[in-house]
Every structure is written in C-alpha cells, then in structure tokens.
Write a protein that binds this ligand. Structure first.
Ligand SMILES: Cc1ncc(COP(=O)(O)O)c(C=O)c1O
Length: 480
C-alpha cells in the first residue's frame, strides 16, 4: 500500500498519520486558560494545538501579512529533507519519488481552486512574482493604443507592474499603453463599478482587480467585473473578444472558497505564506489556452522539451512545465500543497486524514473546509467591528458589519499616529500592523498619511484574541 509515495508516507502510515496531533489536542494555553467554546462548527482550540505560537502568549493579529505554521508542516519539511533531490530528468529513486510528490502537489493546488488540471498551475515565489509573470508573458501582445484597467484599492503588486508596463517598459518599444485606475467609494469601501465600466473599452486588453482588499477588506463582485470585461470587445490575438481578467487572490484565497471555473477568471494569483506555509511559494492559475499561446515568463533549464534545444530552434516543454524554468522550490511546493490538505484535516476534524494521504484531495472537502473557515473569520471580523465601534476618535475603513469582507479591520484614531498605536498595542501583547500595507493608492486617495493600523484574523484566531486586541486598543486610546 502507498508505494506511490515512497518511504516517507509508508513510515507515516505505519506510525499513524497524526501522532503529534493526538498528543497535542486540547492542551491548555499559557496560564492554564480554559478553552474557548467552538465557533461556527470550527473547533478553534483544537486547531490551535497544532501550532506553537499560542504557547508564547502572542496575540497574532497580523495574519493578512503572513500566517503561522502548523507543527506538522515544519516536521514534514524536516522529514522530506533526507530524501530531497531535484525533480524531472533524475535517474535516482529519490529524484523520481520527489518528482512524483512535486507533480502531485500541482494536482492538490488545482483541486483547491477547482482548476481543470495541473496544466493550468504555475508556481512562483509569491503573488507579486506571479503577477509579474503575467505582465512579462503578455508584454509582446500589447498593441499601440491599448490599455490596462486596475483599481485604486490594489496592493502595489497589482498596480506597480501595470504602471511600469505602461509608463516605462512599452514606451521603450515605441508603444503607448495606458494604465487606468478605477475609484472606490470612500464611505463604504466598495469598488465603483460604474467608473470601472467607464474605463473599460475596446482597447482594454486586461482588467486587474483584487479579489479582496488587504486594507479595506472589500470583496469586489468578480462576476460583475467579469461581465464588464467580457463586454469590452477587445480583440485578443486568439481571435476572442473581451478583456482578460486577472484576480489578485492573495487575501481571498486564505479564507474564501475559490472556483476559478465558476468565476471565469483568466488569471488568478495567491501566496502560500498567507496560507500556513512560509516556504516561498506563490501560485499563478491561468486558463490553459492562454498558457499554451503566451510566451514563458522565465527561460532556461527544465522549461524546454527534452533534448529540443539547437542553436537555431528551441522547443518548450508541455504545460505546466513550460512555466517552470530552472530548479524549482521542490520542498516548498510539496509542503505548501500539504498545507492545504492539513488545513482540511484541522477544520473538518472527521478522522479521515488527507495530510500526507495517497488519494486525490476531494473537492467536496475543500468546499466544506472553506465554508467553515469563512464563517468563522466573518464572525470574528463582525465581533472586532462591533467591539471597536464605540472607541472615541476611531474610524474604521471599508464595508460595514455584515457585508462580505476579508477578515481584517484597518482604522485610524484621531490625533494618533498609527505607528505609535501599533507600538502601544505591541506593548500590550497585541500584534497589529501600521502603515499603508502596500495599499498605497487607497491611502493616498483617502489622504491617509502616515497610514492606518490594521488587525487581521485567520482560521486559528479565537474570540479571546479578538477581545484582547479590542480591549488593548480601547485601553491605549483611553490613556491617550
Ligand atoms: C492583496 C495582496 N496582493 C498582493 C500581495 C503581495 O503578496 P506577496 O508579498 O506574497 O507577493 C499581498 C500581500 O500582502 C496582498 O495582500
């Protein structure tokens, strides 16, 4: 049984898949704090036993920047290390096993976002690099007079590449391309769809939007944006009409179910370091015909067809490896894909382990996992919004309580520097983040200099964390 996965998982199965997990369940926190009751069917206290950070007493409320890592994942990385080898083209058993695990990781990632197959998945260092990959792959396709439409609520990762393309790169090739930015409502934080629709026209090659803002928390309606892009009438080199749609899902993927086929997106990018796996891996999903047609982003080894390199002719490998130049981050990709399986185990807690398992991850498990995660973090966000509501001088940004939003709360307090606020919160043991969170355009648009202070939550955040953060904030503001 399970030879497919080689020694590592055979040993795991022999020893039982979750020895640590069983041992770690229901430990009490520092000071013997009693477990907080289950919220929305999610046993948060059981989930927290899979992490080391609760034992430090940290109130980790900066999860929009990066998340904590479960012990099983760190352990997996360590256990994979003795079997580490490069992938593809190696003759050793170790290389062949690594190759299998590496390639299967693409299947897990594809299932997670309901991509049709691994052929549509490329891995990069993070969301930023994935978006740049799109930019460089499309570089030669832009025609003089084209435009790209993005929004004022983007992370710099989904604005600066398009700005640079239009203002710096293409002009050097004698092509004039415009980068247009759609507004958002300053009170509700909602994207101004009418303005966006007005910017998109028959010369809009690409529309680039955030699936969830990392500052306002807004989740723009991707179905309506898809319709706007479709109606544009732009003539793509494939002969298809309509603008391409790229979604920056860095803040969407960690807590929301994604179905790239249902959304009909052309490109979607996210980062694993915001999804429990800080091993330097980001994902780009792209529709297969686009990957087939477009130029690679990086050129070199591994992305070429075996033996098909001559001085006058180079053939690229099949998908997805055409987009995987150079020695990849093998262990990072394997551990990152396993983070998804582990999250399903921790959230569903149904005694059927998927972490290190040998069968494909059922999409249905992903649906159930993300539904629970989403309702859990939504209730935490509403709790934080309600808790901070009466704090004198506090203004929070983005959609109101109850609206669909990512699990974060950015705010200012009248007369207080947000950086001083974050430092004061840290003295109370609460980790917030101050600045413009790389959402520079939105802060500029709202006249918020030097920025805002932000609290953000994850699947392992409990109500006690939220209450401690809110109480600490109230106390800091009271003291002045
Ligand atoms: C919405 C959004 N897009 C892009 C990024 C960039 O992600 P990375 O630093 O992993 O490239 C972030 C990170 O904070 C983000 O929140």
């Amino acid at each position: 049984m399970n030879h497919h996965y080689g020694y590592v998982s055979e040993r795991l199965i022999t020893e039982g898949l979750f020895p640590q997990r069983r041992a770690r369940r229901r430990e009490r926190g520092p000071g013997g704090a009693a477990p907080v009751p289950t919220v929305d069917g999610l046993d948060v206290e059981a989930i927290r036993t899979h992490f080391d950070f609760p034992a430090t007493g940290r109130v980790v409320t900066n999860n929009a920047a990066t998340t904590q890592t479960p012990v099983e994942l760190v352990d997996l990385y360590r256990r994979l290390a003795p079997w580490y080898e490069g992938v593809h083209r190696g003759q050793s058993t170790a290389s062949q096993r690594m190759t299998e695990r590496f390639e299967e990781s693409y299947d897990t990632i594809a299932t997670w976002i309901n991509a049709p197959s691994r052929r549509t998945i490329a891995t990069y260092r993070a969301t930023t690099e994935a978006i740049n990959a799109v930019m460089y792959s499309l570089l030669t396709e832009f025609r003089d007079g084209d435009n790209v439409v993005t929004t004022l609520m983007e992370h710099n990762s989904n604005f600066v590449p398009w700005y640079a393309l239009a203002r710096e790169v293409l002009p050097k090739f004698g092509r004039s391309v415009e980068c247009r930015v759609a507004r958002f409502d300053h009170d509700t934080g909602e994207l101004d769809l009418d303005h966006l629709a007005g910017l998109v026209d028959s010369r809009t090659k690409l529309v680039c939007v955030s699936g969830a803002s990392n500052f306002l928390g807004t989740k723009p309606p991707l179905d309506r944006i898809r319709a706007i892009a479709d109606a544009a009438g732009y003539l793509q080199p494939s002969g298809q009409r309509g603008s391409l749609l790229l979604v920056d899902a860095a803040q969407l993927a960690p807590t929301t179910l994604i179905d790239v086929q249902e959304l009909g997106v052309d490109y979607l990018a996210f980062s694993f370091h915001k999804m429990l796996a800080p091993f330097g891996v980001g994902v780009l999903y792209a529709r297969e015909p686009l990957l087939e047609r477009s130029l690679p982003f990086l050129y070199g080894g591994d992305m070429v067809a075996d033996g098909q390199v001559r001085p006058d002719r180079v053939e690229y490998g099949g998908l997805p490896w055409k987009f995987a130049a150079g020695t990849p981050n093998v262990l990072g990709v394997v551990a990152s894909a396993q983070a998804l399986r582990l999250l399903a185990d921790l959230v569903l807690d149904d005694g059927s382990p998927r972490f290190e398992g040998c069968s494909p991850l059922p999409r249905e498990d992903v649906v159930r996992t993300m539904s629970r995660v989403n309702s859990h973090v939504a209730s935490l966000t509403d709790r934080a919004l309600a808790g901070t509501d009466g704090i004198p001088g506090l203004r929070s940004y983005g959609p109101p309580t109850g609206a669909a939003r990512s699990p974060l709360l950015a705010f200012t307090v009248r007369g207080t520097d947000p950086r001083a606020l974050a430092t004061a919160l840290d003295r109370e043991g609460v980790e917030a983040r101050a600045g413009c969170h790389c959402a520079s355009l939105a802060h500029w648009d709202l006249g918020l200099d030097p920025g805002t202070c932000r609290l953000s939550f994850a699947a392992y955040t409990n109500e006690r964390d939220v209450d401690r953060a809110v109480d600490a904030l109230a106390a800091v503001v009271r003291r002045g």
